[in-house]
Design a protein around this ligand. Structure first.
Ligand SMILES: O=C(O)CCC(=O)C(=O)O
Length: 435
């Protein structure tokens, strides 16, 4: 149904070649599935991202779904690419394909772990009869979801090898996690923690929050509000991410920060991201940061580890975004502001945060380009007060946001954030009722 809608949308845009390929792909033509995938990918890269017609983004998602049926070894990456770059129409299909693949994989794991089943993985791979048993589930998934495609045995077997990094290296991960959790030699911007410190309140009442912070536009750190989150235990162990979501593709920012030269975005598996944390040389130009990503939409299982704080809901507005920020020590988000209320929640590690009142905006020299007009030209790690003299004497407040704490950042408040350890934060952005 939705597939047909996608094809019709592209037909209306005049993409007849894609339509032809998509129709052939729907009948199981692998070559057409690949060509349609390439064509849609090209369309995503024809101009600025915001100019890409949503029909082509949906077409890309469809092509990922179809090609995944033929490329079982690469299916999860393709489906994730569909989620990350594709339009909204086929998201539920992509999610259910991933979920079924996950279930199939778990069943496969259980079979492998049956008592008395001591056939080594390598032996299974070389024994076609054993391998066959591993393959069929995934083939079934894609046959039922996409209704096309002959799954190739060898591809399917290697998919199972790629799918899960298992619990190997557990000890190594625990050790490196301890190392990563220690506060490294991080230099804070000049004057840090010498002015007004953001006040901390334990499990503040809703009334206190609404009257003294939400309505009065005043930041506060709320402690003891997320102790019950499953994430508080689970996310401490990097191996949790590796063994549970290691094969998932995520977008990662690489570089000093988003305003620095040489900064880029890459797509990589969660396994690779964590490996980069562990092998990091600390070189800023190589620093990876999974930043401002709606990871909980992409991987719904992770949503079960967190809880939307009542503070966001009680104000009668609506949640605008729940984003993940996962990186090593030293990640920097330069001084900028956002239009929404924000509870920046520190699940793992700690961060330094500096805040400036919106009333100080003039002295923070926002960029004039509209894309960057919510970012300041002041590089707090290396400020040029000759060029930007007003910035030197501006009042600000700052804090160390500790593990288990959440910082309320009112709309339009400028904020600069630097991680002091390996860190995983979740930001909840929401709008007030009248917005
Ligand atoms: O944690 C960070 O690096 C930045 C967080 C942020 O800018 C936000 O939540 O709006």
């Amino acid at each position: 149904m939705e597939e047909q809608q996608v094809v019709e949308q592209v037909r209306c845009l005049g993409g007849f070649e894609y339509v032809k390929l998509a129709e052939k792909a729907a009948k199981g033509d692998e070559f057409a599935a690949e060509a349609a995938h390439e064509m849609a990918w090209e369309q995503l890269h024809c101009g600025p991202w915001h100019d890409v017609d949503h029909a082509w983004r949906d077409a890309y998602a469809l092509s990922c779904l179809r090609l995944a049926a033929h490329r079982i070894h690469d299916a999860l990456r393709l489906l994730d690419m569909g989620l990350l770059m594709g339009g909204p129409l086929l998201k539920p299909h992509l999610q259910s394909a991933i979920a079924e693949l996950h279930i199939e994989h778990q069943q496969h794991q259980q079979q492998r772990e049956l008592p008395g089943e001591n056939v080594l993985r390598s032996e299974r791979l070389h024994d076609p009869s054993l391998a066959e048993r591993d393959i069929n589930p995934s083939a079934h998934v894609f046959n039922s979801i996409v209704e096309c495609g002959t799954v190739k045995c060898n591809e399917a077997v290697s998919s199972m090898v790629c799918l899960r990094s298992e619990h190997q290296n557990k000890l190594q991960a625990a050790t490196s996690c301890n190392r990563l959790s220690q506060v490294q030699d991080i230099t804070l911007p000049h004057g840090s923690l010498s002015h007004e410190i953001v006040c901390k309140k334990s499990l503040i009442s809703m009334e206190d929050f609404l009257c003294n912070h939400f309505i009065s536009d005043l930041p506060v750190i709320i402690t003891d509000a997320i102790t019950h989150w499953p994430a508080m235990d689970r996310w401490k162990d990097l191996d949790y991410f590796k063994s549970t979501f290691g094969h998932r593709t995520v977008p990662v920012e690489v570089g000093e920060h988003y305003l620095a030269s040489g900064w880029k975005q890459e797509l990589m598996s969660m396994d690779e991201l964590i490996q980069r944390f562990e092998s990091s040389t600390g070189c800023p130009s190589e620093r990876p940061y999974l930043a401002q990503h709606p990871l909980f939409e992409q991987i719904p299982e992770l949503r079960e580890d967190i809880v939307i704080p009542d503070y966001c809901v009680a104000t009668g507005g609506e949640i605008k975004a729940v984003n993940a920020w996962f990186g090593p020590s030293g990640t920097v988000t330069p001084l900028h502001h956002d239009p929404h209320h924000n509870l920046l929640t520190q699940v793992v590690g700690k961060k330094y945060v500096r805040l400036y009142n919106p009333a100080e905006s003039c002295g923070l020299y926002p960029f004039s380009e509209s894309m960057l007009s919510n970012s300041s030209q002041i590089d707090l790690d290396n400020p040029d007060y000759v060029k930007f003299p007003l910035a030197e004497q501006l009042p600000y407040m700052d804090c160390i946001l500790e593990q288990g704490e959440m910082l309320y950042i009112p709309p339009k408040w400028w904020h600069y954030v630097k991680s002091l350890t390996l860190s995983f934060s979740v930001s909840f952005w929401w709008s007030a009722m009248e917005e």
